[in-house]
Design a binder for this molecule. Structure first.
Ligand code: TXA
Ligand code: MG
Length: 329
């Protein structure tokens, strides 16, 4: 394949080009408000299969279908339940994926053979415009090699997938920075299958119900495997109250330490350091960019100062648990 081309999401000719490439069955990474997605025409099974090859993702890991309008959801499900309609009205376009009972005839490459299909309407104008131009829906997993950190800039996409995909549509930095919340609506009661910026309490307030606490349906979401979102550099997480005490243990003579922190400045122990935020949304927006740049900084180990154990940090703890080979709490 020729070198991956970079398209500019602010230019309508480039959006048309992205749509043309997708129509021809090629892969194009597209910006969303959460992370960049590796998009393929959802109605073209050969194109969908290329997504697994480019990411080296095992087949059986299902893909989210991205739509540009609520009407298009009806192409993937027989019926949109009332709970889904309420959530759609409140949160779309936005970082909420709905897992709904699928229509028959959908490719098993998209659903992994599951009874549900995952759908979401992303909140990025360029990607919505691309889908409208294309007149079709897009499957789009995060645009990173399997198991690695999700990309939040076009540069991150190119660092992982250059030469393996036709193009990346550069739409700037992702504003949310972590993957969408997934809510499973295929059972008797809604279950949060992957936490994200839209939190359990937001969903409860919208639906006027209480969800069972902490029921993470990891079985139904194969992408929730424990090792995921990992830097190549060995990475550990350390709670704030153990941080100062443990840092010396992580810097044997001659080794370089990269520290990602939010409250406790690491001082001279760190060869590289990146400060994040005490606000969870701001922290999420910066986290993957910090992990990508630390991974490139030639350090021997990355230490991440863990945020507080509070519910508003749940989605971040979920991602950090996967990014770190070990956590000291
Ligand atoms: O924010 C996001 O959701 C991003 C952007 C690009 O939209 N996409 C994303 O896709 O994170 P991916 O493939 O990296 O993660 C999607 C998760 C996986 O864990 C997958 O197993 C689960 O959603 N999933 C997708 N379709 C499913 C289905 N039919 N049944 C169960 N789980 C499903
Ligand atoms: Mg992913």
């Amino acid at each position: 394949m020729p070198a991956t081309i970079k398209l500019d999401a602010t230019k309508s000719a480039h959006i048309e080009k992205a749509a043309d490439l997708l129509l021809a069955g090629h892969l194009v990474a597209v910006p969303t408000e959460t992370v960049y997605g590796l998009a393929a025409d959802a109605s073209n099974e050969q194109a969908v299969i290329k997504v697994f090859e480019a990411k080296q993702r095992p087949v059986g890991h299902p893909l989210i279908v991205h739509v540009a309008s609520v009407d298009r959801v009806r192409l993937w499900v027989d019926h949109i339940p009332e709970t889904a309609m309420q959530l759609i009205k409140e949160f779309w376009p936005g970082p909420l994926t709905l897992l709904l009972p699928k229509k028959s005839g959908i490719s098993d490459f998209i659903t992994g053979g599951n009874p549900g299909v995952a759908v979401r309407m992303p909140a990025h104008p360029a990607t919505l415009a691309t889908m409208e131009e294309l007149g079709r829906d897009l499957v789009a997993p995060s645009a990173n090699p399997y198991g690695r950190i999700s990309p939040t800039t076009a540069e991150h996409v190119l660092a992982g997938l250059s030469g393996k995909i036709e193009a990346v549509l550069d739409g700037g930095d992702c504003s949310v920075g972590i993957e969408s919340t997934i809510i499973d609506l295929t059972g008797d009661t809604p279950v949060i299958a992957r936490p994200g910026q839209i939190a359990q309490r937001d969903i409860e307030a919208c639906l006027g119900i209480t969800l069972a606490p902490g029921r993470i349906a990891s079985q139904a979401v194969p992408g929730s495997v424990k090792r995921h979102y990992q830097p190549v550099t060995p990475t550990v997480g350390v709670a704030t109250d153990r941080f100062a005490g443990l840092l010396p243990d992580f810097t044997p003579a001659g080794e370089k330490l990269g520290v990602i922190w939010w409250q406790s400045p690491p001082g001279e122990r760190a060869s590289e350091s990146i400060m994040l935020s005490a606000d969870p949304n701001e922290y999420a927006r910066m986290l993957y960019t910090a992990m990508h740049s630390m991974d490139k900084a030639n350090v021997d180990r990355i230490v991440i100062e863990l945020p507080p154990r509070e519910s508003r940090w749940l989605a971040i703890h979920d991602r950090l648990k996967r990014a770190c080979s070990e956590q000291f709490t």
